[in-house]
Ligand binder design. Structure first.
Ligand SMILES: *Cc1c(COP(=O)(O)O)cnc(C)c1O
Length: 453
């Protein structure tokens, strides 16, 4: 049997992040001011983010140096392993070769510290004392809590109420790293109070939590806001995943035909896929990249491409993206990290230009794939990652039907050790399948009065 696990040395941690903006045939349209609908420049973001990150947000430089201090912290868990899923392949009885990049080895258990560490670094450089953010399933909140702790800064997290109640240990994890956590919607902000007045039992959503975090962050000069996905600089930081994976695939003497990753706002998908899409741009390779989303929050497969707000209240700049409408509150499914109404601007443009693909799956199909993976490969995936696994199964089955062997590379974006209640519900048959109707999507989109494209 050939090699199972392909490892790299610390020296092989990338020295630069890859900025796909430099290679995109069509650059994304500019963000617009929520007040005037006119294009905004980078300075409009200054109340929210440090200049170091704003420069990356608008940069067209192809390669951006990773600061030594950030690379040094990456060494705690990077390079992450690339593993060939022999047993999963066997169970699927597929001729496809399946590899996975495992990002669950980070201290917070997902890919998110790749950007959290970088963001904390640039904030610290500019004298920021406290970072405020939101979290869905708790993975981003824990990643940023870890990062702030490492750079000796305060961290405050608005956690979607549904997850706050479902995942008490994620909250305790954040507390362990010194962060303060509030369930959202909360009474602490105008945004939260507005939502609670309309719906006292609101389970919350990422869009609402973002509104709350921003409202509080702009009140103080030494406090900044931080986002764990969607934005260009976040996607950029995650490209360490794909650069390592490219080296590892070369060491394995193989190259992916298909890349698959779960999709919330686009960061782990971009992180794995973009360094391979570079080969499509530079060398004319035809590597397919498929973003995998839940069918209860299908912005890529059933949303529209137009300007929309990143949050629910409408405080963020208007971004050109695939969206279900900023008022869309997804059903309370367990892949909490995928319950977001919109998508990153770069991934949206790539999808519009048909340079990437998207696929959606029901929750039960995802857990079925995740449990099969746990039983064959041993690692229990995060519910978000199960979504990607459902797409892997779909493509592996296609290979079987067509009798062709393809090489599939999958991003196992995190482990599911804090998601046992979701697995428990799946085993007891209580996991609900939510069928999202076209009428529901249309009614959310009908409320949009943002500019069309
Ligand atoms: C947050 C998260 C996701 C989804 O977010 P992206 O920004 O789209 O990557 C997927 N998997 C895990 C484990 C996560 O924590």
């Amino acid at each position: 049997m050939s090699e199972k696990k392909i490892l790299l040395t610390e020296k092989e941690i990338p020295e630069k992040w890859y900025n796909i903006m430099a290679d995109m045939p069509n650059k994304p349209l500019p963000p617009l001011s929520p007040a005037t609908n006119e294009p905004i420049g980078p300075e409009a973001l200054a109340p929210l983010f440090p200049m170091g990150l704003i420069q990356q947000e608008v940069s067209a430089e192809k390669w951006i140096e990773i600061p030594d201090q950030v690379r040094d912290i990456y060494k705690i868990w990077r390079p992450s392993p690339l593993i060939r899923a022999y047993e999963f392949e066997k169970a699927l009885d597929t001729p496809a070769k399946i590899y996975y990049k495992y990002e669950g080895v980070s201290p917070a258990g997902s890919h998110k510290p790749n950007t959290a560490i970088a963001q904390a670094y640039y904030n610290k450089q500019e004298g920021v004392k406290k970072i405020i953010t939101e979290t869905g399933a708790g993975q981003w909140g824990s990643a940023l809590s870890l990062a702030c702790n490492m750079f000796d800064m305060e961290c405050e997290v608005f956690m979607v109420k549904l997850s706050y109640n479902h995942k008490p240990y994620r909250k305790t994890m954040m507390n362990t790293w010194g962060a303060t956590v509030h369930p959202s919607p909360s009474e602490l902000t105008q945004a939260g109070r507005t939502i609670l007045a309309k719906d006292p039992d609101s389970p919350g959503s990422l869009g609402i939590a973002i509104s709350e975090a921003i409202e509080r962050a702009v009140q103080d000069e030494t406090t900044k806001y931080s986002l764990g996905s969607v934005l260009n600089h976040v996607l950029l930081h995650q490209t360490v995943i794909g650069q390592e994976a490219l080296l590892q695939m070369e060491k394995a003497g193989d190259m992916p035909d298909i890349i698959i990753a779960p999709f919330g706002g686009g960061s782990n998908f971009a992180g794995l896929a973009f360094p391979f899409l570079r080969l499509n741009f530079e060398e004319g390779k035809k590597i397919r990249a498929i973003a995998s989303e839940p069918s209860s929050c299908p912005k890529l497969t059933r949303g529209v491409f137009r300007y929309d707000f990143g949050d629910t209240i409408g405080m963020t700049p208007l971004l050109p993206m695939y969206t279900l409408g900023h008022n869309f509150v997804p059903a309370p499914i367990h892949a909490g990290g995928l319950r977001y109404h919109g998508a990153g601007v770069i991934v949206s443009q790539l999808l519009k230009d048909q340079l990437i693909e998207a696929s959606s799956h029901h929750q039960l199909e995802c857990f079925e794939a995740g449990v099969l993976f746990a039983k064959t490969e041993g690692i229990i995936p995060a519910p978000e990652a199960n979504n990607g696994l459902a797409t892997v199964v779909q493509e592996a089955n296609k290979c079987k039907e067509e009798g062709i062997s393809k090489t599939i590379l999958f991003n196992l974006s995190g482990h599911g050790h804090f998601d046992m209640s979701a697995y428990e519900e799946y085993f007891s048959g209580n996991l609900e399948e939510h069928e999202l109707t076209t009428a529901e999507i249309e009614s959310s989109l009908a409320e949009l009065n943002t500019p069309t494209i």
